[in-house]
Each structure stands twice: as structure tokens, then as C-alpha cells.
Design a protein around this ligand. Structure first.
Ligand code: ZN
Length: 208
């Protein structure tokens, strides 16, 4: 008991783990797996995610078994600091949608002895680093990149290719507008799309 106290409270060390990858790579599942394992060890766990639309309810339960973990949507990353009082393991899902302050929030939690497990998309649909993810990856002690399977060739996929015309960075609840692609297939699809755009705008000019 004495030793347990010593380990859990006096010498508790915090750190940051990042799980990154494309859509359909199982990031959230990996986050939940890690947090469930911690919960099984009697640690207090909670998942926070950005409130980007009214898709989320006030508090959502990620799974319905005995080890269910509540997932709390928050409007800004600073809310996590206020809500994470007394929590041993903080999970953060969809971290790419948080404001840049999320990096300081994670570091502060880690300094306070909290284990922070972050999951997020490392690249947007154009293949560019997504939001605060590069800074989180640079600051983390441990990084795991998970992969989806390329739907074109079956290799490991790291890109979330969007095949709708929408150019907005955030396309919420539109999973069916994306497919996972490897670098090679993404590059050729992207070139194809760009070429199509160029020829389309040429047509428009011709019509004028
Ligand atoms: Zn491929």
C-alpha cells in the first residue's frame, strides 16, 4: 500500500503519447484500447474532443461495456485543463481540430503528472500537416503512426483522399467522401484532380 502510494502520487510522472495516421487507420480504436487498459488498472481516465458541430451530445459514451469511457466535447482546448482535475490518463481525440493552445495544454498536463494520449489526423485531405498535430508530434515522448489500407492497391495507406468537390478543410460527418490511399495512388489521383480542375477552368475561359 505504501509503495503504491509512492508510485501513484509522489513520483507520478506525466508524458505525452501521440497516435497519428489517416482516416480509417484505427486511431480512435487504439486510443480507446490504451485508455481501457489504464481503466482496468484502476486509473481515472477521460477522453476529450473538440466540439466542432452539434453532431456530439453533451457527453457521449464511447463503448457500452463495463469499461465504457465517457468522451466529453469541449469548445476550446483550455477547457480540458479545467475539466481534467483528478484524472490520471487524459485522452484527446480528433486533436487536429483543436486550436494551437492544445500543445501547451498537453504539456501542462504532462508536467502535472498526467499521462496524455492524443489521437489525430497527421495530414489533411491535401496531404498537408494538419493543425496543431506537427507541434504535438514534436513535443511528445512517444509517437505511433497507424496506417489504413490503400483501397486502390492494397499497400499501407497514409493519405485521406477526398473525392468530393468541397474544398473546406473541415468536412464533418462526411466519412463517405474519403478513402485511404498510399503515397503513390494519392499522388496520381491528386494530379488527375488538379488536371481536371485546370481543364475545367480552361473550358470556362473558352466559354467567355
Ligand atoms: Zn495504393
Amino acid at each position: 500500500m505504501f509503495l503504491e502510494k509512492l508510485v501513484n502520487q509522489n513520483t507520478r510522472k506525466g508524458w505525452i503519447e501521440v497516435i497519428c495516421g489517416s482516416m480509417f487507420s484505427g486511431k480512435t480504436e487504439e486510443l480507446i484500447r490504451r485508455l481501457k487498459r489504464a481503466k482496468f488498472a484502476q486509473l481515472k481516465v477521460e477522453i476529450f474532443k473538440p466540439q466542432i458541430d452539434n453532431r456530439y451530445h453533451e457527453e457521449e459514451v464511447v463503448s457500452h461495456d463495463r469499461n465504457s469511457i465517457s468522451s466529453t466535447p469541449v469548445p476550446a482546448s483550455s477547457n480540458i485543463l479545467l475539466l481534467a482535475n483528478d484524472i490520471d490518463v487524459v485522452g484527446i481525440d480528433e486533436a487536429q481540430f483543436f486550436d494551437d493552445e492544445i500543445v501547451n495544454v498537453c504539456n501542462q498536463l504532462a508536467r502535472q503528472g498526467v499521462r496524455v494520449v492524443v489521437a489525430g489526423l497527421d495530414m489533411d485531405f491535401m496531404g498537408k500537416p494538419f493543425g496543431p498535430m506537427p507541434a504535438l508530434l514534436a513535443t511528445a515522448e512517444y509517437i505511433t503512426k497507424v496506417h489504413a489500407i490503400c483501397v486502390e492497391c492494397g499497400d499501407l495507406a497514409q493519405h485521406s483522399y477526398r473525392f468530393s468537390e468541397n474544398e473546406d478543410l473541415v468536412l464533418v460527418g462526411e466519412q463517405e467522401s474519403y478513402k485511404p490511399l498510399c503515397r503513390k495512388c494519392f499522388s496520381s489521383k491528386y494530379d488527375e484532380k488538379e488536371m481536371l480542375k485546370i481543364s475545367k477552368s480552361k473550358d470556362e475561359i473558352d466559354e467567355l
